[in-house]
Design a protein around this ligand. Structure first.
Ligand code: PLP
Length: 405
């Protein structure tokens, strides 16, 4: 394309998950015509729960109250104060002020602003890695990004991590983790942060799924360590089922970093929609209503996680780790993929096999170079009966691989 344009923009790609959803939409009518059944959608991170009514009412009330003027760049005081209180209560992080917070358009803008701080520098993150980081933030901010593969059981290879950290400016760290559903333990979090600190590396801590945790497990928030080299990215999307509201925030324990991010936010959007910020305040402050909504959602997701995990782990040749948080399962299909395929065919083999049976998933190469024999299954928009039907179809596809049908 014409080199008058910003070359970095030309490197940004639409998320492959969007392309997959488009392909499903194209193939779905024919599949339903032939089988009388719908496609089973395991590809998206959307949430099928509505936003709790008390938050919607707060947005309506804020509109009626006239909160329709230009927002305060970086965030309204009422929302920042609610965030500070939340950080104190939930993340056990004290001693911050409004100057440490920047309100953003979702976790995505918080992350993009954080990546932009390191434009032109070298960074790293664990692989597998959320596709938006690889397809959007990395090319948009023009950083050079090194993937540090987790072990097959998603544990950390500390030696490898340390070797990479010697040579980078920042590390992107996501827990609970998309796409594996892993929650890094307190010990693992401390190890990562200590190593980063020792090597003068900044940490972009993506805690989007902080409240989507199962089995009554405790989530250890890296941002809770309160270190000045940590930039915490948070969102209302997952905890409050507010994906379309585009509301999030960035926490920088070093106020000078927050100041820089605020300038980025101002330059980009002038600030987050004013009345939405008042609804966000209500979501954080009305903890009884929020906890009731969250706990109902989490109970349902836990059932889905159990059904999907049990079904997939019963398939011969498939290896899967039980997710502890988030909405995703990331099984490995290495044993079912023929040896004689080239790289591209290999990366799409299971995905296409499942697609032809009416099951939409995301292939492993969307999450970097290291887990191409895996696929991601999301259970965030898939009710239990659909999960069961999906498992049956995946079983059938894999059995045909074993020559059983
Ligand atoms: C790992 C991760 N981080 C951040 C986000 C950002 O979410 P949002 O921009 O909706 O707040 C997502 C969304 O899917 C995610 O999966």
């Amino acid at each position: 394309m014409n080199n008058a344009f910003n070359q970095r923009m030309l490197n940004v790609r639409l998320s492959p998950i969007v392309a997959i959803s488009e392909e499903v939409r194209r193939r779905s009518p024919q599949f339903t015509k032939e089988t009388g059944k719908p496609f089973i959608l395991f590809q998206r991170g959307e949430i099928d729960y509505p936003t709790p009514k008390f938050i919607i009412d707060a947005a309506k009330n804020a509109l009626d109250a006239g909160y329709t003027k230009y927002p305060k760049s970086g965030g309204e005081e009422v929302l920042k104060d609610a965030i500070l209180q939340k950080l104190k209560q939930y993340n056990r992080l004290e001693g911050l002020s409004r100057n440490n917070i920047v309100c953003t358009y979702g976790g995505q803008e918080a992350l993009q602003l954080a990546f932009t701080l390191f434009a032109g520098k070298r960074g790293a993150g664990f692989a597998p890695c959320w596709s938006c980081v690889l397809e959007n933030f990395v090319p948009y901010s023009g950083v050079d990004f090194v993937e540090v593969p987790l072990n097959q059981d998603f544990s950390i290879n500390v030696d490898l991590l340390e070797a990479v950290l010697k040579d980078v400016t920042f590390f992107y760290f996501n827990t609970p983790h998309n796409p594996t559903g892993k929650i890094f333990s307190e010990e693992e979090v401390r190890t990562v942060i200590d190593l980063c600190t020792r090597h003068n590396v900044f940490v972009i801590s993506d805690e989007a799924y902080e409240r989507i945790v199962y089995d009554g497990k405790e989530f250890f928030s890296p941002t809770s360590l309160g270190q000045e080299n940590i930039l915490g990215a948070f969102t209302f999307s997952k905890s409050f089922s507010m994906t379309g509201w585009r509301l999030g925030y960035l926490v920088a324990c070093d106020p000078d970093i927050a100041k820089l991010v605020r300038l980025g936010d101002y330059t980009q959007t002038a600030g987050v929609v004013t009345f939405l910020q008042h609804a966000g305040k209500e979501a954080l402050e009305n903890t009884d209503a929020a906890n009731a909504a969250l706990s109902a959602m989490r109970t349902d997701y836990e059932r889905r996680r159990d059904a999907l995990f049990t079904g997939i782990s019963a398939i011969p040749g498939v290896e899967v780790t039980r997710p502890q948080g988030g909405f995703y399962l990331f099984p490995n299909f290495s044993q079912l993929i023929p040896d004689d395929l080239d790289k591209k065919q290999r990366s799409l083999y299971i995905y296409e096999k499942l697609l032809s049976r009416g099951v939409a998933t995301v292939y492993g190469s969307c999450f970097g170079r290291h887990f191409v024999d895996n696929i991601r299954l999301s259970f965030s928009t898939t009710p239990l009966p659909a999960i069961q039907e999906g498992i049956d179809r995946i079983h059938a596809a894999c059995a045909s691989e074993h020559g059983e049908g």
